[in-house]
Design a protein around this ligand. Structure first.
Ligand SMILES: Cc1cc2nc3c(=O)[nH]c(=O)nc-3n(C[C@H](O)[C@H](O)[C@H](O)COP(=O)(O)OP(=O)(O)OC[C@H]3O[C@@H](n4cnc5c(N)ncnc54)[C@H](O)[C@@H]3O)c2cc1C
Length: 509
């Protein structure tokens, strides 16, 4: 039988259940479809395409070695698959399940409808701990852990190719007419790069993971930096988790033990968050807690949105983080959370306006992590502690010497160190702010007070808690039968009262 393997966010040959399954069934046609309509979406960008193209070049080399060259086609997925199926007598399609955005979800439904109508079965296999058609969260963690503990699927020794298929070019961003998207410090793509990162993290960099992850200054090196590779699947999350477990067994204790536990926990969060979007794709467009739809105006204040997106808010650490993200395609977790918190609380912008701005700047854009996180950091889930970050405090704690802020906001050069994170207090501010660098776009203290008041008032409304309980029932983490916990919250700084009234669920960080 001729089997089409549809590569999506799984650009590797090792631990690739779909490829191995296809190889066992017959001749293989490995396909990647470049979908121009996808690359025109507001949550995608040329930096993601550039990374993907590098991954495809690596994948092509790996598949060449196995004997079945990667076929690349540009166009609508249904049309491309239908054409290849007709021309090459495809008897089956095999791919991995994808937890993508609403666009890919709709595209998959169209492909499934075509497959049914054409009598070509489409088999979708899991490649991570996300469970399709999950009935409820009870017992989910045990299922996820079992998948992650199973041995990775070895790459097939060789592939029998479907003959006579022209491989086709990997198009450039220019050929796809993607908007210019300069990202001079973007991470390079390809499995080779992913493996180098995994090795250096587990051999050296990871020792400083726990201490270094919260700051963008230290996090750049101390974090694994695997996110774009996991998002495009040059490495499977299972490979990463098992490599970390082997490392922990080989050299237990010291800083490594805590670091590797924290890393494993984050890989579990990955599945936990992606499971939310898998269970409820509308998380991309609708507030999880329905009452929070009324919290902020749907039409965002255009000037505030532009200031935030361009790193021109007049709040130095916020601007530095945004410009760093723009230039690198990456930012550590805490600062991603701070950027969303600042936009959602201080600037009172709807997350549907800000979420795509960040998504298209992330080389590692992963819809299943991104949208639930954006909602969580915007207080629209109804089930998570509200986190309102103080950007001045964050700057002082995580860039105390100011080198990061000065590098990314060079206009601040004349501001003395003591005033770097709040230049409006500097005696030289008049004549400087509003000229060389903007005045703060809002009064931070007043904006935080107003946001808190609005959130408290909403949470105190009749029916809020009942609706929140329904969200928790569907999406919150549970203990599994072994008593292990897959958490969806960040580690707490101090224990919380068990039955804290909803109105107190607010942290100033
Ligand atoms: C608003 C917001 C949006 C985000 N959007 C994305 C996104 O589009 N893509 C993405 O990969 N991550 C996203 N994250 C999660 C996190 O910030 C990144 O995964 C992390 O910074 C990537 O760097 P790393 O690979 O060095 O992470 P590490 O700390 O080394 O973690 C290893 C892996 O675990 C996963 N992970 C880490 N933190 C989390 C988390 N809090 N929740 C779920 N999974 C996690 C990622 O796959 C990551 O690569 C977002 C976080 C926030 C607050």
């Amino acid at each position: 039988m001729n089997v089409l393997v549809w590569f999506k966010r799984d650009l590797r040959v090792a631990d690739h259940p779909a490829l191995t399954r296809a190889a066992a069934l017959g001749r293989v046609l490995p396909l990647y479809i470049v979908e121009p309509d996808y690359w025109r979406l507001p949550d995608t960008a040329a930096r993601q395409w550039a990374f993907t193209a590098e991954c495809l070049a690596d994948l092509r080399a790996d598949l060449d070695r196995l004997g079945a060259p990667l076929v690349v086609r540009t166009g609508d997925a249904v049309e491309v698959i239908a054409r290849l199926a007709r021309a090459h007598r495809i008897g089956r399609i095999v791919s991995h399940e994808e937890t993508g955005n609403l666009w890919t979800y709709a595209r998959d439904r169209r492909v499934a409808a075509w497959a049914r109508a054409s009598g070509v079965p489409w088999e979708e296999l899991p490649q991570a701990g996300v469970v399709r058609r999950l009935k409820g969260r009870d017992g989910w963690a045990a299922r996820r852990d079992a998948f992650m503990a199973a041995p990775p699927v070895p790459a097939p020794a060789a592939l029998d190719p479907v003959p006579g298929v022209e491989p086709g070019p990997i198009p450039t961003a220019r050929a796809l007419r993607l908007a210019d998207d300069r990202c001079p410090h973007r991470q390079p793509g390809g499995r080779g790069q992913g493996l180098l990162l995994l090795d250096s993290f587990l051999a050296q960099r990871g020792e400083g993971y726990r201490a270094g992850m919260a700051s963008p200054v230290t996090g750049e090196r101390a974090c694994s930096r695997l996110s774009p590779h996991l998002a495009l699947g040059t490495l499977s999350a299972r490979e990463a988790a098992q490599a970390a477990a082997a490392r922990a067994a080989a050299r237990p204790g010291g800083l490594w033990s805590g670091a590797l536990k924290s890393f494993a926990a984050r890989l579990a969060w990955r599945d936990h968050f992606m499971q939310k979007l898998e269970d409820e794709p509308a998380i991309e467009t609708r507030c999880l807690h329905p009452a929070t739809e009324a919290l902020r105006p749907r039409e965002p204040d255009a000037a505030r949105l532009a200031a935030w997106a361009q790193g021109e808010t007049g709040v130095p650490f916020v601007d530095a983080c945004m410009r760093y993200l723009d230039a690198t395609g990456w930012l550590n977790f805490r600062m991603r959370a701070m950027l969303v918190s600042f936009a959602s609380y201080h600037l009172w912008l709807d997350w549907r306006a800000t979420g795509p701005v960040l998504a298209r700047r992330f080389t590692d854009y992963e819809p299943g992590i991104h949208w639930p996180q954006v909602q969580m950091q915007s207080g629209t889930t109804g089930i998570n502690t509200i986190r309102l970050y103080n950007p001045v405090k964050q700057g002082m704690e995580h860039d105390p010497a100011g080198a990061f802020t000065r590098r990314w906001v060079p206009e601040l050069a004349p501001v003395p160190d003591a005033f770097l994170h709040q230049p409006w207090l500097w005696p030289g501010a008049p004549g400087f702010l509003g000229r060389a660098y903007p005045e703060p776009v809002v009064d931070l203290a007043a904006a935080a007070r107003a946001a808190k008041a609005a959130v408290f008032a909403l949470r105190a409304r009749a029916g809020f808690r009942e609706a929140a309980a329904a969200v928790a029932d569907r999406h919150a983490s549970r203990k599994d039968p072994q008593g292990r916990f897959v958490n969806d919250r960040m580690p707490r700084r101090r224990p919380r009262a068990r039955r804290a009234p909803a109105a107190q669920l607010m942290l100033d960080l």
